[in-house]
Ligand binder design. Structure first.
Ligand code: PYC
Length: 342
C-alpha cells in the first residue's frame, strides 16, 4: 500500500510466454464503461491510456512490455474479460498475452472457470477459448499449467500481393492477414530473402518503414468491428532452425519491440494466409518458431466466414512462466510518470 492516497498503485504478476513478457495487473483497475469488451477497450484508450504508457514504457516497463487487466465478463458465455495493454497500444487480441494471462490466473487462483480445463475469455476481438493442461505434480492447492491451447478469433487473408515501396529495401510484395491484429507478412522475395540476413535493429527500422508504407497505402478495417483498424505490427519470416518447426518469424510491434515468442495473433494470421494460398488445410499443424527459437504449435481447427470473407478458426499452443510479482506506483511527482520510449 502506498502511504499517499493520491498515488495510484498497481500490483502485478510478471512472467513471460515463450520468452515474451506478460505483466498481468491485478489491482488498480480503472472503471470502464461499455456494453461489450470492445467498447470498454475504446473507453480505456480515450480516458486511461496514461495508465498503459506508465505501466508499459520505460522506466517501469521496456520496449517489449505487454500486459493485461482482467474484468468481469460482458457476456454470459465467458468466464472473464481481458483488456490487453502493450507498448503498441491497446490490442484487440494478444496471443502470447492470453497464454500468459490464463497460466497466471490459474496458478494464482484469480479465475475459477465454469468448466475446469477451459477458460472462456471475452476479448475486444471476440470470444477466445483457452484449453489449459495441468502439469504432472500439479495439485489443487498449487496448480501448475503445462501449456495452453487457445482457440483464437476467426482469422482471414485481407489483401494479397500488395506492392509497397520500403526505404532501405525497395519494393516488397506482402500479403496482409488478420489474426486478432492485422499483419503484413513478408515472405522470401528479391528484396528480402530471410530475416536471418538482418540484425534485430535492422528488422525494427525496416519494419517501421514497411508499417508506415502499408498504412499510407491501405486502410485495414475489420469487416465486423470498425474499431479494429490499421496495421501496428509487421511479420518478417525466414527458414526455421529448430527441429519440428515449419516456419520462423520476427514480429515488430510498438516503436522498437521484436516479439520473443512466435506471436499468437501473428501466427493465426500466417495460418489464415497459408490456408488462403492453398498451403495448409483444416487439421494441419504449423509449428512456428520465434527469433529466439521458442515455438508455438498452430492448427487450423475449422473453416468459417467473417462478413463476406472466407476465414479459418486457428488454434495456438504455447506455455508461460511466472517470474515474480511487482507493485508499481504512478507517482504524479515523477516527470516520467507516463513513461517514455527511445
Ligand atoms: O502474441 O498476439 C501476440 C502478440 C501481439 C503483439 C505481441 N505479441
Amino acid at each position: 500500500m502506498s502511504a499517499r492516497t493520491d498515488i495510484p498503485v498497481f500490483d502485478c504478476i510478471d512472467g513471460h510466454t515463450c520468452g515474451n513478457p506478460v505483466r498481468l495487473v491485478v489491482s488498480g483497475h480503472p472503471p470502464l464503461q461499455g456494453v461489450t469488451q470492445s467498447e470498454r477497450r475504446q473507453h480505456f484508450m480515450a480516458e486511461f491510456d496514461a495508465i498503459r504508457t506508465g505501466l508499459m514504457y520505460e522506466p517501469r516497463g521496456h520496449a517489449q512490455m505487454s500486459g493485461a487487466f482482467l474484468y468481469p465478463s460482458t457476456r454470459p458465455d465467458c468466464d472473464v474479460a481481458v483488456l490487453y495493454i502493450e507498448t503498441s497500444g491497446c490490442l484487440p487480441m494478444c496471443g502470447h498475452g492470453t497464454i500468459g494471462v490464463v497460466t497466471f490466473a490459474i496458478e494464482r487462483g484469480l479465475v475459477t472457470p465454469q468448466t475446469p480445463g477451459l477458460m472462456r475469455l471475452d476479448t475486444p476481438a471476440g470470444r477466445v477459448d483457452a484449453h489449459y493442461t495441468l502439469a504432472p505434480g500439479s495439485t489443487p492447492l498449487a496448480p501448475r499449467v503445462a501449456h495452453v491451447r487457445l482457440i483464437n478469433v476467426p482469422s482471414f487473408l485481407y489483401a494479397q500481393d500488395v506492392a509497397v515501396q520500403v526505404p532501405g529495401l525497395g519494393e516488397l510484395v506482402v500479403d496482409i492477414a488478420y489474426g486478432g491484429n492485422f499483419y503484413p507478412i513478408v515472405e522470401t522475395q528479391a528484396a528480402f530473402r530471410d530475416m536471418a540476413d538482418f540484425t534485430p535493429g535492422q528488422l525494427v527500422t525496416l519494419g517501421r518503414a514497411l508499417r508506415d508504407a502499408v498504412n499510407e497505402q491501405i486502410t485495414c478495417i475489420h469487416p465486423l468491428d470498425d474499431s479494429i483498424r490499421g496495421v501496428r505490427h509487421v511479420q518478417w519470416t525466414g527458414a526455421p532452425r529448430q527441429p519440428g518447426s515449419h516456419g520462423r518469424n520476427a514480429v515488430l510491434y510498438g516503436h522498437s519491440a521484436l516479439d520473443r515468442s512466435p506471436c499468437g495473433t501473428g501466427t493465426s494470421a500466417r495460418l489464415a494466409q497459408r490456408w488462403a494460398r492453398g498451403l495448409l488445410q483444416p487439421g494441419d499443424e504449423y509449428v512456428h518458431e520465434s527469433i529466439i527459437g521458442s515455438q508455438f504449435v498452430g492448427r487450423i481447427e475449422a473453416l468459417t466466414q467473417v462478413g463476406a470473407l472466407p476465414a479459418i478458426v486457428p488454434s495456438i499452443q504455447g506455455w508461460a512462466v511466472i517470474t515474480g510479482t511487482s507493485r508499481i506506483t504512478l507517482d504524479p511527482r515523477d516527470p516520467f510518470v507516463h513513461g517514455f520510449e527511445l
